[in-house]
Write a protein that binds this ligand. Structure first.
Ligand code: HEC
Ligand code: HEC
Ligand code: HEC
Ligand code: HEC
Ligand code: HEC
Length: 162
């Protein structure tokens, strides 16, 4: 167990940390972060961390405020894993959800429309490794737009001329 934090004092310390988490925003890694597999990075398990109830936005700050949800930087992990190195916390290790460049998408717009993360990404908190439980093809997007009376003309998601 590389990061033993399960003892009672560790748990008490952890609740202090969680309080801190509620107050401090984490830094974000630039979006240009590795698209390829990253050697040496530790695997992050949402499932292991789910009981801590850290809001998604603490680690994916752009999910409600930008086009891209983004990935956490080292600071986000070091709050609890104080010995973690930059090398170990290089995310993403590999991308799971990726639209082709000719499709426009914005997280902020969908957060504003109260679309739940799980509707598009599945129950991430139950996953040790994120897998594409939901297939985000064009039909998936258009069906929900029709259902929610959101605009569904071609140019909404594709720039004309592309
Ligand atoms: C309406 C569907 C939808 C909803 C709702 C949604 N996402 Fe996404 N998410 C996507 C798509 C599509 C991509 C891929 C974007 C791309 O490749 O340009 C993505 C990518 C991501 C990524 C990878 C990094 C990035 O920004 O490309 C993360 C992390 C993420 N989403 C987290 C979240 C979280 C957290 C929430 C809830 C607050 C959320 N998403 C809500 C569709 C959605
Ligand atoms: C709020 C505190 C907290 C934060 C923030 C946090 N962790 Fe953890 N992490 C824990 C706890 C608690 C455990 C469970 C330890 C145990 O049960 O032995 C854990 C376990 C782990 C493990 C052990 C393997 C497993 O089962 O998952 C790894 C690896 C890990 N965390 C990586 C990360 C990374 C990477 C980040 C940053 C993206 C991060 N953690 C952020 C508290 C945290
Ligand atoms: C403690 C930090 C942390 C929290 C909290 C967190 N995530 Fe993540 N998330 C990560 C890290 C780190 C990765 C990258 C894992 C990897 O590269 O193996 C990731 C990856 C993802 C991905 C895969 C994106 C892609 O395309 O590769 C999705 C989707 C996602 N998270 C959604 C969520 C949702 C939804 C929540 C809240 C229920 C959430 N995350 C909470 C740290 C976090
Ligand atoms: C949960 C249902 C739902 C899903 C799934 C969904 N959308 Fe949306 N989308 C909406 C709603 C509702 C709006 C309107 C938000 C508003 O106008 O405030 C919207 C707005 C948009 C807009 C901005 C439209 C404008 O006003 O110009 C784009 C672009 C978009 N969605 C693309 C996508 C893409 C691409 C996907 C698939 C990866 C997708 N959406 C999946 C519900 C959804
Ligand atoms: C709500 C968003 C949305 C709307 C509206 C939309 N598309 Fe798409 N479109 C997508 C997504 C997402 C993909 C990528 C699918 C994938 O990668 O599997 C795509 C892919 C495509 C492709 C590439 C081939 C394919 O099927 O993957 C073509 C061509 C296309 N769209 C044409 C259109 C036309 C024509 C319209 C209008 C009738 C339209 N789209 C409306 C989201 C949308």
């Amino acid at each position: 167990m590389p990061y033993p934090t399960n003892s009672r004092p560790a748990r008490m310390w952890m609740s202090g940390v969680l309080l801190l988490l509620a107050l401090l925003p984490f830094g974000l890694q630039p979006d240009a972060a590795a698209e390829d597999e990253v050697a040496g990075a530790v695997a992050f398990s949402h499932k292991t961390h789910a009981p801590l109830k850290i809001p998604c936005g603490r680690c994916h700050a752009g999910a409600t405020t930008g086009d891209r949800a983004g990935f956490p930087a080292l600071d986000a992990c070091r709050v609890c894993h104080t010995a973690m190195t930059t090398e170990q916390a290089r995310f993403p290790v590999s991308r799971v959800f990726r639209l082709p460049d000719f499709v426009y998408f914005s997280h902020q717009i969908h957060a504003g429309a109260k679309a739940d993360c799980g509707r598009c990404h599945g129950n991430v908190n139950a996953m040790a490794k994120v897998t594409p439980e939901v297939t985000m093809n064009m039909k998936f997007c258009v069906d929900c737009h029709t259902e929610t009376k959101a605009p569904a003309e071609c140019y909404v998601c594709h720039e004309l001329g592309q």
